[in-house]
Design a protein around this ligand. Sequence first.
Ligand code: BGC
Ligand code: NOJ
Length: 811
Amino acid sequence: MKYGFFDDERKEYVITNPQTPFPWINYLGNKDFFSLISNTAGGYSFYKDAKFRRINRYRYNNVPMDNGGRYFYINDEGTVWSPGWKPVKTELDHYECRHGLSYTSIKGEKNDIEAEVVFFVPLNALCEVQKMKLTNKSSKTKKIKLFSLIEWCLWNAEDDQNNLQRNFSTGEVEIHGSTLYHKTEYKERRNHYAFYHVNAPIQGFDTDRESFIGLYNEFSHPDAVFTGKPKNSEAHGWSPIASHCLEVELQPGESKEYIFLLGYVENTEDKKWESKGVINKTKANRTIEQFNSSEKVNRALDKLATYWDNLLSNYSIHSGNDKLDRMVNIWNQYQCMVTFNMSRSASFFEVGIGRGMGFRDSNQDLIGFIHQIPERARERIIDIASTQFEDGGAYHQYQPLTKRGNNAVGGNFNDDPLWLILSTTAYIKETGDFSILEEIVPFDNDESRAKTHFEHLKASFYHVVNNLGPHQLPLIGRADWNDCLNLNCFSKDPNESFQTTENQTGGSAESIMIAGLFVVYGKDFVELCRRIGRKDEVDNAQEHVDKMVKSIKKHGWDGEWFLRAYDSFGNKVGSKDNEEGKIFIESQGWCTMAGIGKNEGMCEKALNSVKKYLDCEYGIVLNHPAFTKYVIEYGEISTYPAGYKENAGIFCHNNPWVMIGETMIGRGDQAWEYFRKICPSYLEEISDLHKTEPYAYAQMIAGKDAFKPGEAKNSWLTGTAAWTYYVITQYILGVKPSYDGLEISPCIPKTWKSYTVSRKFRGAVYEISIDNSEGVNCGIKELTINGETMHKNVIPIQKAGTINKVNVKMG
Ligand code: BGC
Ligand code: NOJ
């Protein structure tokens, strides 16, 4: 069953039934000020950090789900309703939510009044704009009351929910005309406040929650709204809110627009006050001035649209397959931007108070993003590298506000360092900017211990070499990419975190996934050294890579597939000899991407085993058979019920590794089939089962052993976004940035006859037409650029500003 449709022309997903199987959300904001917004206007905003600068309050996992947001209420002669259906839930005559690129528009109609609100965060502004348009579609004059509502969060989102003995006394507001200010803790250590404004005179307001709603009422039934009388309350402690009340008279056919602004201001210490106890409103007024008319707001919306058109134009395809085109051209790129901005902090599954920026996550996110804004990718790479240790290891996470490593989580996840080679080489291939390697970058944020970025990559490479176990395979440390394969944890205490506990120190557990990863990015490191003339490094590094290949072949092969690991007793993990967890996806992905034993048929065998044991209707599960009991020497992986998360769930992030592996052996049909299975636009028809948004990838889809196979969770903030984008654009459609130019090597289903790709690369445009009338999976017979025949499949870099025609004949 569907709950809406794609409007590709407008780059929107249109939700026509507010009762989606889960709140379907969107992200507003591109830098610094961000908002999450659901299809019923639930959600919240924050400045830079969802934990420390939460602007409005949101209660996760509430009843009903998605309770709280930026709400509007209309009282039309006693009929009370909300344009987004919630919170009042009066049945609407018409409802429509359009999630677009960094904006959401929600329209409701009841008794011939139409209310349409467009929510967005303008470029370079610290506010959320809410443009409300009210239209009287009836033939008589209507007099209605319009109420807004925001509930303030007392800034630190975690403390806000916990420290009530203090919080109920600290809340402070200021009321000034149509602007309601939130200034809790401003008089002490905070130099920031927030405000909620409307560009029209108001009939009244409320800033105290209990006065507005009534102590025993709910968001759906605020006293002030139902009686039609704002209380003009002034909050002192308890729970400050901001609510405007406007009386609106509409003639038949008339429309009126109001601009509501939710803003954030930071002042310097010396400019905090206008007079004693009165906040300095200069910056707030400036923001208000910028967006105080529909014309100004429409201009800001146009700018936002142009911004996105530009970003998306760097890579677009026309394949004639709408489901594919809309993912590649719009939604997957968009999600990559969201993961770049949010990492794993704030979604409807990540509560915005827990996780900082992950070292491995942030590096991987970049591969879906570099082509959009390479300068910001460069900054991010340097930020990440600055938290690395001198021995190449890394804090597992860092905090976005301080950009410092997170001591509470620590390090010792031994895959972490290698992802820095991936992000850096991907960046250089896209931009040609080798100068990043010369950048002086601190270790552990300590400037006195700074070295070139190249030295960081070298440290990453040698961190693996210097941490090998008994089989000359990489020690796993606390865990590798699979955070739940905790081979040194040995936890019996339910109060211990699997993520931070390491009861078995000096553990000798080894990871074959890291081994494969090392071969892939080790080769990249060698190639990079060669390119920059570091011949001194090349031979040594190559030797370590070769040795690793040998170790994998000798100790990492199980006959039909690659082993996953050795546990801390030296026992095999992911072997036919195991009772459960006989085969795992990660090592099949990485060892086939590394081409280990390709000539001996190992890659093909491993991938056939994936198909046989791990593939199912909804994607490839992580392991098989699923664990049915807790295995202390494996850790968290065996805690999940069978079929969920890392225990045999379809952990979508890793499916693309197998897809790439398939393209390495030329099996385009199989690669595509795996792609299609987890691709959200293909799952739109089964939205009631799939549950999460049909325009965003989810981290996990319940696997074949689950109670409800096919049901997704954890949408939006997942490495799946970057990896699916990477595999479809570079390995399946086959347009790959490389040091010397654009490499063309499609690996597609035989049935695809043709498609075109438009790619901006290092300043030039490439219009690439692929002709597969011979119906092959891969292979190029003829390649011309601007009519000239090429004898290899790398198109040399063309002059910036040129538009180049590339014709490719497969065969
Ligand atoms: C989850 C992982 C996650 C880890 C770190 C685990 O409980 O299953 O997917 O990466 O926590 O927060
Ligand atoms: C989610 C985490 O963010 C990521 O770092 C990890 O690799 C996967 N879970 C798999 O455990």
